[in-house]
Ligand binder design. Structure first.
Ligand code: URP
Ligand code: ZN
Ligand code: ZN
Length: 474
């Protein structure tokens, strides 16, 4: 099937221009000059995008779908989370494989069985949460499985954390095999001590989640990992940047030629530890935690100055009150959530919704306010993640031959955002009541219209696993 999208303004990571987009099957066939002969004489299907922008589908480099945690599970599975992604203009997500089985192969197979119901395209990072000789020997085989990145943690002692020596050894392997290491930077030892002290002194409230995970731990762990990466001659990507100090460290090390990159998430641009002090503060519990207004401002500056390369979401939603069902696709559903930690902040499942919110919220607050340009918006949310994670130019591009993952974006559309508009399967939204200007009107996945206004035309299982190529340093 061939479709012509006419009269739109294309926005890419490097330019904004008028063109008509000819889609054939799953691919962009051609970009045509508006007055070209093919455009004028076209008699096939036409979509008129007058007054609208055409963006490459969003690529969210950081989501957690169907993730077991603290005796419950994150409330979006691979279908509901990817449906929500699509409504927000995101057509590719990268999830994480838990290293739950003896081998990577077994862990990846188990993940595939859960992920195959995705409604948009999807890929995976591998959580590298154990390291020994057998793991080292198997690590390069992840590339054949299409998984070219691993996530390591300097926090979550006795659970997910690797020691520095193992991180260093793993970096030598990832560097040699064209892979990228992602790093969750916090100081696990300090967190253990502060958490025990807090609980022993009766500090159980949500704000203590932030107080026991200090920003300096994130800063020193980030610099430590950057130094390990430089020593191992391997690239490194810092996930969910949340502090001014991390932005400083990223700038400092990039200026010195280190192959390091960073991602922040919308929640770290707007919210602070004060939000945890609200009566419903558990809604903002995630790790790393919310910081200060000065951190928000420095992260914005780092986005506008191209110090940070991507905006992901770390989408990992839980219900605020998982004892009360919501309606989702006509069914009642309740999944235990943040109420599990009503009397103890360490029992509140860590994570927030955001996969649908990312593009509309960042457009209004970033492009609308002039903090970033429309081209930077596309770079941060689509093109850079596609390049860094080995999916470009199939994803993240408006080029002949690219997958026809397109968003027709209405820059004038005003919405009062919140849980009523959201397809994220949870009972709250961080941006409740926010006035947004700019919203996806139509979303195409490989040439198929899957979102048309409020209408869902996608299907579970229509997403395709993306075997990623070698990662790129930007
Ligand atoms: O709180 C969060 N972010 N949960 C997901 C796990 C992680 O560390 O990214
Ligand atoms: Zn993390
Ligand atoms: Zn995460």
């Amino acid at each position: 099937m061939t479709t012509l999208i006419k009269n739109g303004t294309l926005v890419t990571a490097s330019e904004t221009f008028q063109a008509n987009v000819l889609i054939e099957g799953e691919k962009i066939l051609e970009l045509l000059a508006p007055q070209s002969e093919v455009s004028r004489l076209w008699t096939g299907e036409v979509i008129d995008a007058s007054g609208k922008l055409i963006l490459p589908g969003g690529v969210d480099p950081h989501v957690h779908l169907d993730l077991p945690m603290f005796g419950t599970v994150s409330s979006d599975d691979h279908y509901t989370g990817t449906k929500a992604a699509a409504f927000g203009g995101t057509t590719t997500v990268i999830d994480f494989v838990s290293f739950d089985f003896p081998t990577f192969r077994q862990s990846v197979d188990a993940w595939h069985a859960k992920a195959e119901k995705a409604a948009v395209d999807y890929a995976a990072h591998m959580n590298l949460t154990r390291f020994d000789e057998a793991v080292a020997a198997e690590l390069p085989s992840l590339v054949e499985m299409g998984i070219t990145s691993v996530k390591t943690f300097t926090a979550y002692n006795n659970r997910l954390r690797l020691d520095d020596g193992s991180i260093f050894k793993a970096l030598r392997l990832t560097g040699k095999n064209g892979m990228l290491m992602l790093l969750h930077a916090e100081n696990g030892d300090v967190i253990e001590i502060l958490t025990t002290e807090a609980l022993n002194t009766g500090h159980w409230q949500p704000e203590w989640h932030a107080k026991t995970r200090p920003a300096w731990g994130a800063v020193e762990a980030a610099l430590r990992a950057f130094a390990l990466a430089a020593t191992a001659d391997a690239p490194l990507y810092l996930v969910h940047m949340n502090t001014a100090g991390e932005a400083d460290m990223l700038q400092y090390t990039r200026q010195r030629g280190l192959k390091v990159m960073g991602e922040t998430c919308p929640q770290y641009l707007f919210f602070t530890e004060d939000d945890l002090r609200r009566p419903d503060g558990a809604k903002w519990i995630c790790s790393p935690p919310m910081r200060t207004a000065a951190d928000n401002a420095r992260l914005w500056q780092a986005l506008s100055e191209d110090i940070i390369q991507t905006v992901g979401t770390d989408h990992c939603p839980f219900f605020f009150d998982g004892t009360k069902p919501i309606r989702y696709e006509g069914q009642e559903i309740a999944i235990p959530g943040k109420e599990l930690g009503r009397d103890d902040f360490t029992k509140i499942p860590n994570g927030l919704p955001g996969v649908q919110d990312r593009l509309p919220v960042l457009w209004t607050t970033g492009v609308g306010s002039g903090k970033i340009t429309a081209q930077q918006f596309v770079a941060l949310t689509s093109t850079n993640p596609a390049k860094i994670f080995g999916m470009y130019p199939s994803k993240g591009a408006l080029l002949p031959g690219s997958d026809a993952d397109l968003v027709i974006w209405d820059p004038q559309k005003k919405v009062r955002y919140g849980v009523a508009m959201s397809h994220q399967r949870t009972d709250y939204n961080l941006y409740e009541g926010w006035e947004l200007t700019g919203y996806p009107e139509k979303v195409f996945l490989r040439g198929k219209l899957i979102v048309d206004g409020e209408q869902w035309l996608g299907r579970a299982g229509e997403g395709r696993f993306i075997k990623r190529s070698e990662t790129a340093f930007l």
